[in-house]
Design a protein around this ligand. Structure first.
Ligand SMILES: NC(=O)c1ccc[n+]([C@@H]2O[C@H](COP(=O)([O-])OP(=O)(O)OC[C@H]3O[C@@H](n4cnc5c(N)ncnc54)[C@H](O)[C@@H]3O)[C@@H](O)[C@H]2O)c1
Ligand SMILES: O=P(O)(O)OC[C@H](O)CO
Length: 339
């Protein structure tokens, strides 16, 4: 544990609050920044994030603030836990406030439409003089704060960043593995959200264990194919930030993306489902970006195409499922790279 570090976590949703809490529990000086001052004041005084993590008492040392300058200007490490739709805007706000040596880590699992940009690439563009990294893995915020034993991955080209992140986050219940493949770790975290929607939808339609196992495995094959076409290392997807996170989100209704799929499978319209969720489900936008990129690159992604047809082209789930099963026979092979 590092006593001398100062850390800021930006974004007072479920994940930002969960990781800020671990770091503060480790005795590190920690700020949690929320843009809404009433929520920040309430969370600071009640020691509870009532909207996102109700019932969880936050570490005494955690300072919750809506003052962005106070949160980041003294910080050695800054975690950006803002959904992808607003990630760049917040990154721009902090650029002039950061210490020269500050290192910045994304925890967001989404893709910006312009240029198929992952969030650490946004950091790279907006903060070119800072070391940057990614934190990703099978990590439900709710289970982290409930002290369920959890593993995650920090990925960066900077060894110093990896060590600082490990040292401020590691605890008896939170293990932080290092991986040098930032792009692969980040891509895995974004892609799995699409398949969580598919699996939630299948569950709503009564899918059994055979179907679930097939979907999970074929999802991983698609992810690997896409990774290879994007120049990433598909082997990274065999780790926590790939198959680990895929299993987690495709099998649990703690996942917002899975819940979106489940509600769609029950026949609710997409807009209604998203409005009712009240939290971010990155998979819907990621689906749009990945479908477009797969079409551009000519990557065979039947689950992505099928989900896109259901969500945005008005196809019935049963028709898509039938087509997926009958597929083209020349695709009925199973080895990485060939299928
Ligand atoms: N919840 C999890 O278990 C979990 C785990 C790992 C990663 N993630 C990823 O972390 C990111 C954040 O997820 P979350 O679960 O905390 O989301 P959330 O929906 O719980 O909260 C999002 C937070 O971001 C804030 N926000 C949105 N736009 C903002 C803006 N323009 N300026 C300032 N704040 C803004 C909201 O006010 C809210 O506090 C997502 O990309 C998600 O995929 C979530
Ligand atoms: O609730 P979801 O679907 O955004 O998933 C949360 C995390 O990404 C799980 O690792």
């Amino acid at each position: 544990m590092t006593q001398k570090l100062t850390v800021a976590v930006l974004g007072g949703g479920s994940f930002g609050t969960a990781i800020a809490n671990i770091i503060a529990e480790n005795g590190v000086r920690t700020f949690l920044w929320m843009r809404d001052s009433a929520s920040a004041t309430e969370t600071q005084s009640t020691r509870e994030n009532r909207r996102y993590l109700p019932g969880q008492r936050l570490a005494d040392g955690l300072e919750v603030t809506s003052d962005l300058t106070r949160a980041v200007s003294d910080s050695d490490l800054v975690f950006v836990s803002i959904p992808s739709h607003s990630f760049r805007a917040v990154t721009r706000q902090i650029a002039p406030l950061l210490r020269k040596e500050a290192m910045v880590i994304s925890t967001a699992k989404g893709i910006e439409p312009e240029g198929f940009t992952l969030m650490s690439q946004v950091l790279e563009q907006e903060l070119p003089d800072h070391a940057i990294g990614v934190l990703s893995g099978p990590n439900f915020a709710k289970e982290i704060v409930a002290r369920q034993q959890t593993g995650t991955v920090v990925a960066s080209e900077s060894e110093a960043l990896i060590q600082q992140v490990q040292s401020c986050l590691r605890s008896e219940t939170f293990r932080v593995y290092a991986n040098p493949d930032r792009y692969g770790v980040e891509l895995g975290g974004a892609l799995k959200n699409i398949y969580a929607i598919v699996c939630g939808m299948a569950a709503a339609l009564g899918a059994g264990h055979n179907t679930q196992a097939m979907l999970l495995t074929r999802s991983l094959a698609e992810m690997g194919r896409f990774a290879a076409a994007m120049g990433a290392n598909p082997m990274t997807f065999l780790g926590l930030a790939g198959v680990g996170d895929l299993i987690l989100t495709c099998t649990s209704d703690l996942s917002r993306n899975y819940r979106v799929g489940y509600a769609l499978g029950q026949g609710q319209p997409l807009e209604e489902v998203i409005q009712g969720l009240g939290q971010v489900a990155e998979g819907v936008n990621t689906l749009r970006q990945v479908k477009q990129k797969a079409d551009e690159l000519g990557v065979y992604m039947p689950l992505v195409s099928g989900l896109f047809a259901v969500l945005f082209e008005g196809e019935a789930i049963a028709d898509v499922a039938r087509k997926l099963m009958l597929g083209e026979q020349n695709h009925d092979v199973e080895y990485m790279g060939a299928d």
